[in-house]
Design a protein around this ligand. Structure first.
Ligand SMILES: Cc1cc2nc3c(=O)[nH]c(=O)nc-3n(C[C@H](O)[C@H](O)[C@H](O)COP(=O)(O)OP(=O)(O)OC[C@H]3O[C@@H](n4cnc5c(N)ncnc54)[C@H](O)[C@@H]3O)c2cc1C
Length: 266
């Protein structure tokens, strides 16, 4: 029987690995227009089964409790009913094992509100943009590029994406395609556990920033007057990259005080 709280249907599920997926959801009713980089909450009831590869934990949740969490929207900002999410499974978590068990046609809940200050189009029009992510922290940048790359050809845009293995590089084909299509777009995927066949970058994002990859490969200056940085993903990466950038004079962008360092904390 249809659960009255549910207001959306799964219309796409791409499992990139057993613990990493792109989930596409269609809401029954349109949502308000959002800005790329923002997030919404999604959820299912506690009675929904967990995925088979999750860790069984002792849960004491009433079956009709709605488990909900925020997720960045990866879709272009003109979408009002079709939303894409890039999600990693926390095997011991409450919500993600249930999301990973959904299939095409499954019903679920999507909040009617779309929120967030991590708005990539909120930057001075003439500055370059560097988007740094680990893992699913890439999602807001996919929205930004899908929404705004065409009107941003006058400035440089770079994505630095850190992951463990090649199969963890979600959106690799889309980003590679953009790199070949737009002269002003640079894509730097870097892997910490790459096999010898991988001929791209290896190691941590921090090391590449410090060795000057942006200046050498893209002629992008690490200078708060000229370049805005966005950071999203693993809290340790966010902390250490923030600390490197603060050394260059970057200050964090907040609602009250504009800065050139934009951080989304998960
Ligand atoms: C603004 C915002 C946007 C977000 N966008 C995304 C997104 O686009 N994609 C995405 O996958 N997640 C995103 N998250 C994280 C998401 O909201 C959940 O926290 C995450 O999916 C875990 O939910 P859960 O219910 O399965 O685990 P929970 O039951 O909430 O957590 C269980 C435990 O796992 C820890 N944990 C949480 N996340 C991780 C992780 N990634 N790896 C290891 N341990 C973890 C928690 O600290 C907690 O101790 C976002 C969070 C915020 C605040």
């Amino acid at each position: 029987m249809e659960e009255s709280v549910y207001n959306s249907t799964v219309v796409g599920k791409i499992l990139l690995t057993p613990d990493l997926m792109i989930l596409r959801v269609r809401t029954d009713e349109p949502r308000p227009k959002f800005e790329s980089g923002q997030f919404t909450q999604i959820g299912v009831l506690a009675k929904e089964p967990r995925s088979q590869n999750s860790i069984l934990i002792a849960e004491d949740l009433p079956p009709n409790k709605l488990i909900k969490r925020p997720y960045s929207i990866a879709s272009a900002n003109h979408e009002t009913q079709n939303f894409e999410f890039y999600i990693s499974q926390v095997k011991s978590g409450q919500l993600t094992p249930r999301l990973f068990n959904l299939n095409l046609g499954s019903r679920m809940w999507v909040d009617t509100k779309i929120l967030g200050l991590f708005k990539l189009n909120d930057t001075p029009k003439n500055c370059d943009i560097v988007m740094v992510a680990t893992g699913t922290g890439l999602a807001p940048y996919i929205s930004f590029l899908r929404s705004h790359i065409l009107e941003n050809q006058h400035r440089k845009l770079a994505v630095i994406h850190g992951a463990s293995y090649p199969w963890d590089l979600g959106y690799y084909s889309e980003l590679t395609f953009l790199q070949y299509t737009f002269k002003n777009f640079y894509y730097f995927p870097t892997l910490v556990h790459a096999e010898k066949e991988w001929n791209g970058l290896r190691g941590y994002i921090e090391d590449h920033l410090q060795s000057g990859i942006l200046q050498k490969e893209a002629n992008i200056e690490i200078n708060p007057e000229k370049t805005h940085f966005f950071l999203c993903g693993n809290p340790k990466m966010v902390e250490s990259v923030s600390s490197i950038l603060k050394g260059y004079g970057y200050t964090k962008h907040t609602r009250v005080k504009p800065g050139a360092l934009h951080v989304e904390e998960w």
